[in-house]
Design a protein. Structure first.
Length: 262
């Protein structure tokens, strides 16, 4: 029961959507530096190739790029097919690709709902369903295959920003994770979600620049999330240490979603 065995992901095959930038890049690095074989997907093919080059230079594990625009149903199908061409089994899928849309309530466009829910929720289900046969082939009784859905504390608490579709999509993703946990647990596949708080990403850059001090003050731990925080949580969920965790939503936010306001 030593730590090296409990948290081992050596040689596991992992797919990380949106894995070239931001939180996805942090997660991808965590897997590669611990010996996993990681497939990174992003609609930005140049960013994919750059990330793969940087990750492979770290050694131990390996990274591969499969560019795909997961807004498009055809690309969701193609990504699943490409993984099947290269691998006979998939141990972990991390559904991280996502988008946001902020606009005043009285002007909030219908198109925002279609775009955000398609990527953040609808196509998460579609891609997961398509790779389920590969997950089943990797699944063992005491080491199940894993689905990790990257959610947000905005799916738990109400955001101060007018990001109506985003918060609803992440709340839906947390519940979808639980639904999948119940259905796929019988096939030795676990499903969990991570409700992320503030991390230094492109999506959060403008917010942190404008409200960084206020956000830090609202977090009981007094800091913004760091790469090891999210990577470590994914490693836990993907290893023997997290093999009995199913249907959980883990808040990785420094306690911000619990902080009371007067």
């Amino acid at each position: 029961m030593d730590a090296s065995s409990l948290f081992n992901v050596q040689d596991k095959v992992v797919l990380v959507t949106g894995g070239a930038k931001g939180i996805g890049r942090m997660i991808s690095e965590g897997y590669v530096t611990n010996g996993a074989r990681v497939y990174i997907s992003s609609r930005d093919s140049a960013a994919c190739e750059q990330a793969v080059g940087e990750l492979n230079a770290l050694g131990k594990g390996t990274a591969y790029a499969i560019p795909a625009d997961l807004y498009k149903a055809a690309d969701v199908k193609r990504l699943a097919e490409e993984i099947s061409k290269h691998e006979t089994k998939l141990h972990v899928i991390v559904n991280n690709a996502g988008s946001n849309w902020a606009a005043p309530y009285d002007e909030y466009p219908s198109a925002a709902w279609s775009r955000v829910l398609t990527l953040n929720l609808h196509h998460v289900f579609d891609l997961t369903r398509l790779v389920t046969p590969l997950l089943e082939k990797a699944a063992l009784h005491d080491d199940p295959a894993r689905i990790i859905n990257i959610g947000s504390i905005d799916g738990i608490k109400i955001s101060a920003h007018e990001t109506f579709a985003y918060g609803a999509s992440k709340a839906g993703l947390h519940h979808l994770s639980r639904h999948l946990a119940n259905h796929l647990g019988k096939r030795n596949i676990t499903s969990n979600s991570i409700a992320c708080g503030a991390f230094e990403t492109k999506m959060m850059a403008a917010t942190l620049q404008k409200f960084g001090n206020e956000i830090r003050d609202s977090i009981p731990l007094g800091r913004i999330g760091e790469p090891c925080d999210i990577a470590g949580t994914c490693l836990f969920l993907s290893s023997r240490a997290g093999a009995y965790v199913n249907g959980a939503t883990i808040r990785v936010d420094g306690g911000r979603s619990l902080a009371p306001k007067l």
